[in-house]
Design a protein around this ligand. Structure first.
Ligand SMILES: [Zn+2]
Length: 306
């Protein structure tokens, strides 16, 4: 069993569903910190010791729509609850464009894929391709080289979806299960950017012993289900698992694969049964497969939300 399989053999699927908390909750004012480029990126040489997984350093890749409530193993996708329609002032961010930022992707391959949610017309719910997907990183608990792993994974998702990502910097926003989609004190008058962060199981209990990551999007439906699209999301990564993974020579690829899998959820993909796809919940795949690519192109192919 190769390291990747070791790392990912115990992926497990979860999905949460929970009503989003009220908008505009006031909290301690905290702005963005230093740009990500200010973070140390050099990684010390990794010892060539044998990587070992034990019961406390689990690996399951888990999907959830963020802020959604945990249910059973591999349940059928549940419709996420959109943000209330009162937030109409957020329908059109200042950096929204009249047209796609990046060209739509023609995957050229077909394969198994599934969407977390579809609209009544059958189209996949996804992000607006005519505005950037902003993301921030909370470096607390980040492993050596973690920023490069995230950036590489983002690059892969951007390439496969045709959705443009914008790195906004670091944040001190902690991972919480009921993340606020609007945090004007922290991010200004806009949707909170996608949050990527690390935590231990103690800090973020959903990262239980066999869970290496939990992620999902935040939906918004200003005019009912047909208008639903994603405006933000969250990726919670198990800091102990990542710290261990990156000490292994093959660990970076596995770690990147975990982040790719979780970002796949953020942009709207669900699990599939085919083990060669990254979006399989127990696969050792670290590069997107044909089904992943077809699905990612589909969730990135929507029209401008204006
Ligand atoms: Zn998953």
């Amino acid at each position: 069993m190769g390291v990747v399989r070791r790392l990912q053999a115990r992926r497990r699927y979860r999905r949460m569903a929970k009503a989003l908390a009220e908008l505009d909750r006031l909290d301690e004012a905290q702005g963005l910190g230093a740009p990500l480029s200010a973070l140390p990126s050099a990684r010390p040489p990794r010892p060539k010791r044998r990587f070992r997984l034990d019961a406390t350093v689990g690996v399951a890749l888990t999907v959830v729509a963020v802020f959604l409530v945990l249910s059973a193993l591999r349940p059928a996708p549940e419709p996420a609850e959109p943000v209330p329609a009162e937030s109409t002032s957020l329908v059109l961010p200042a950096d929204a464009s009249d047209s796609r930022i990046l060209p739509a992707v023609i995957p050229g391959v077909t394969g198994a894929h599934a969407f977390l949610a579809t609209r009544p017309d059958g189209s996949a719910v996804g992000f607006d391709p005519c505005r950037p997907i902003h993301y921030v990183v909370n470096p607390a608990g980040m492993p050596d080289g973690g920023l490069e792993i995230v950036r590489d994974a983002v690059k892969e998702v951007e390439k496969a979806t045709g959705l443009a990502f914008t790195e906004d910097g670091v944040t001190s926003e902690p991972l919480i299960e009921s993340r606020e989609p609007l945090q004007p004190h922290r991010y200004g008058d806009r949707w909170a950017p996608v949050l990527v962060g690390w935590a231990t199981e103690k800090e973020y209990p959903l990262l239980s012993a066999d869970v290496a990551g939990i992620a999902g999007p935040i939906p918004y439906a200003p005019a009912g289900p047909i208008s639903e699209y994603y405006v933000s999301g969250q990726v919670a990564l198990d800091s102990e698992w990542f710290a261990e993974a990156v000490t292994h020579p093959d660990g970076d690829a596995a770690a990147r694969g975990v982040v790719m899998h979780e970002l796949g959820h953020v942009v709207g993909l669900d699990h599939v049964e085919e083990g060669w796809e990254v979006m399989n919940g127990s696969s050792d795949a670290v590069e997107f497969g044909p089904g992943d690519l077809e699905g990612l192109a589909a969730v990135g192919s929507g029209g401008c939300r204006r």
